[in-house]
Ligand binder design. Structure first.
Ligand SMILES: C[S@@+](CC[C@H](N)C(=O)[O-])C[C@H]1O[C@@H](n2cnc3c(N)ncnc32)[C@H](O)[C@@H]1O
Length: 312
């Protein structure tokens, strides 16, 4: 196993083609964009291309949730195993575009508080969220912008559904299981990718999770994980997002012998100085007074975006 740990820099955002593709799927699936998700997505797509993992290959998305990566990969012709321990049903916007099979909603014996925190299935939680958002944003001049974005998103969805050829799209198989206990054969996938999920798992199981996910990869295949890091000496837990920020020392201890590129100042300078990064921040980040990006006046990133690549 060869491992590289690196911070994700703003230069990734210069890949206009990939940014366009990401925007398309955010709109089609009507998903918000996490502040570092463009970096995560572009980095993963570049690494898959570099490794020559071709359409038709099987990619497991670990902690896929409702994220767009699984759908973007399927649209590129990969067959995706969409793994998550939270119960899920396919989102309405996937209908008529993707062939989704498998089971995202079976009972499992493993339980973790995050399954309740995220709650993908509950109509009630969605209603509550919309209500809170509405309360918070109704006085703000941003509202017409939000309506226009909703309309654009629906138009793009209709365009994708009615006019795109889905014959070449790969399948998406939903699988409900925890990372440390995945009921599929060893060596059955070409790559494992994971967008911002490992930090929400039980930290005591970190090594078990990595071992279990690498078991699934064919010899020569790769694992690409994105996660959050801190410059501090110790890991810290962020209650608000229910997730860990890993210190560089602990990442190195999880992946002994890895090569590390961790210039945190250069990384945050690149992002804070990037017009593309600022332009692509979703409005809920700079409109929410509790957000670290409120009014786009911020000096420091809440945490550092990291990519971890393992070659088997
Ligand atoms: C922050 S969400 C990210 C979802 C998605 N990757 C995206 O890009 O939007 C983290 C996801 O990881 C899942 N998850 C966290 N720990 C897990 C574990 N140990 N086993 C399986 N799924 C896990 C959660 O249920 C959740 O869907």
């Amino acid at each position: 196993m060869m491992t590289e740990i690196k911070l994700l820099f703003a230069s990734l955002l210069n890949d206009e083609e990939k940014i366009k593709e990401i925007t398309h799927w955010l709109r089609v699936m009507d998903r918000p964009n996490g502040w570092h998700y463009d970096l995560d997505h572009v980095w993963i797509l570049k690494e898959l291309e570099k490794a020559g993992i071709l359409p038709g290959s099987t990619i497991l998305d670990a902690g896929a949730g409702q994220g767009i990566m699984q759908y973007l990969l399927a649209s590129r012709g990969y067959n995706v195993i969409s793994l998550d321990f939270s119960p899920r049903t396919p989102p309405p916007r996937s209908k008529g575009i993707f062939k989704i099979y498998g089971e995202g909603n079976v009972e499992i014996s493993y339980h973790h508080p995050y399954m309740k925190f995220i709650n993908f299935n509950s109509k009630q939680s969605e209603k509550l969220l919309n209500h809170l958002k509405w309360k918070k944003f109704k006085k703000l001049p941003e509202l017409p912008g939000r309506i226009i974005r909703k309309i654009n998103s629906y138009i793009q969805y209709l365009f994708e559904r009615l006019f795109k050829n889905h014959m070449k799209y790969g399948t998406v198989r939903y699988l409900r299981a925890p990372f440390h206990d995945v009921p599929i054969e060893s060596g059955s996938v070409d790559a494992v990718i994971s967008v911002s999920a490992i930090e929400h798992s039980d930290i005591e199981l970190f090594n078990d999770n990595i071992k279990s996910l690498s078991r699934l990869i064919k010899q020569g295949g790769l694992m690409l994980l994105t996660t959050s890091a801190t410059e501090d000496k110790d890991n810290h837990y962020d209650e608000k997002v229910s997730g860990w920020c890993f210190s560089i020392d602990s990442l190195v201890s999880y992946f002994p012998g890895s090569t590390v590129d961790f210039d945190s100042k250069a990384c945050s300078d690149s992002l804070l100085g990037s017009n593309v990064f600022m332009k692509r921040l979703d409005p809920y980040y700079y409109l929410d007074p509790n957000s670290p990006f409120y009014r786009k006046k911020f000096q420091k990133l809440p945490y550092l975006p990291v990519g971890i690549k393992l070659v088997k």
